[in-house]
Design a protein around this ligand. Sequence first.
Ligand SMILES: Cc1cc2nc3c(=O)[nH]c(=O)nc-3n(C[C@H](O)[C@H](O)[C@H](O)COP(=O)(O)OP(=O)(O)OC[C@H]3O[C@@H](n4cnc5c(N)ncnc54)[C@H](O)[C@@H]3O)c2cc1C
Length: 378
Amino acid sequence: MDFRWPDPIAELSAEAHRVGRAAAASRAVREDSWLIGTSREFSLELAERGWLGMTWPVEEGGGGRSALERFAVFEALISEGAPLATSWFADRQIGPTLLQFGTPEQRARWLPEIIAGRSAWSIGMSEPDAGSDVASLRTPAVRRGDRWVVNGQKIWTSGAADADWCYLIARTDPDAPAHAGLSELVVDLHSPGIDIRPIVDATGNAHFCEVHLDGVEVPTENLVGAENGSFKQVMRQMEHERGGIDRLVSNRRLYLDVVGAVHHDDPLVRQEVAALESGYRIGRLMVLREVLGQAPPGFSAVTKTFCTEFEQRVADLCARVAGADALLWDRVARNVCYAPAYTIMGGTTSILRNIVGERVLGLPREPRPERSTQVADR
Ligand SMILES: Cc1cc2nc3c(=O)[nH]c(=O)nc-3n(C[C@H](O)[C@H](O)[C@H](O)COP(=O)(O)OP(=O)(O)OC[C@H]3O[C@@H](n4cnc5c(N)ncnc54)[C@H](O)[C@@H]3O)c2cc1C
């Protein structure tokens, strides 16, 4: 098998590396740039280059380009540490969700501003008492005339403090079975009644937030897909969230910088570098199968598990080969503190292993208490 890119894709990848390197040049931290690297300016640049909504249909304003081209661009940009966070959630999953479940009016309203790099989105699923178990989400939305009135709290909402919109899951039917009463609302984060409080993480960064909603009014036309039908929709959205290249290359730049600076005459280091190089290639093939639509249903749980555990191995290797210097080398110390997050966000590894066992491999399931039988894990 020939693993080389065809020439046009290789050129596109080289161009994206150049653009990403320039955009990251002045940034102290280049890791996790798809999650913490905010820049409205860079979003506009991505739009100008046609790198937002790249694969979306031309008739919807998208680029109509191939999944391989998008893969090549974002592998390069994230590996270089380009500040993508402002546009990433919209490009990765909100746009595809609107294309699949949105009405023509909703698509006409929101897709053009995403493609133009002019709007930033966040995802409001997790709550203080509901993370893995989506069916236990509580935040109620009550219909009053042509509005939904939302009261409640979301937590760990990445990028909310810099975002314009939150794609929120709310409970719209409190009497339905837990998994059957949830709907998806697009909430304007500038609405009255919204209070966003950034949470400082172990690295000192404050990209994720608490979002408090107190009597927030959301027009009924902002409900996406089926009323009380979020449960199935969200599973589809998770596929976009889990199977992408962002799960493999978050700390690629750090790896390249650290490995470039260590002594390769140590056979133990050489062996570990070889293992990570193989791991990178395996993860890349898994992601490629996802983006090309060649993976079996639910397989993104396997891809995300492998890739995010790989990112943790990268952080671990960087710390060990840098030795005591890791404490002085800010980027290594930061990444070691941050790495546990890789296997939590977007669904924890324990949950994903359950999905692999039960839904992908069809292994028998241990009987669980009655409430949990209605629950599908995030
Ligand atoms: C960096 C970062 C960014 C995030 N960004 C967002 C965001 O933008 N929007 C958003 O909505 N959320 C976001 N999250 C939240 C994330 O999705 C949740 O943390 C995750 O789904 C786990 O939920 P929880 O924290 O409530 O843990 P819990 O669900 O309480 O789980 C706690 C532990 O119990 C285990 N566990 C739970 N249930 C089972 C089970 N059935 N079988 C086996 N083990 C189980 C879990 O694996 C975990 O180890 C983010 C999290 C992080 C770390």
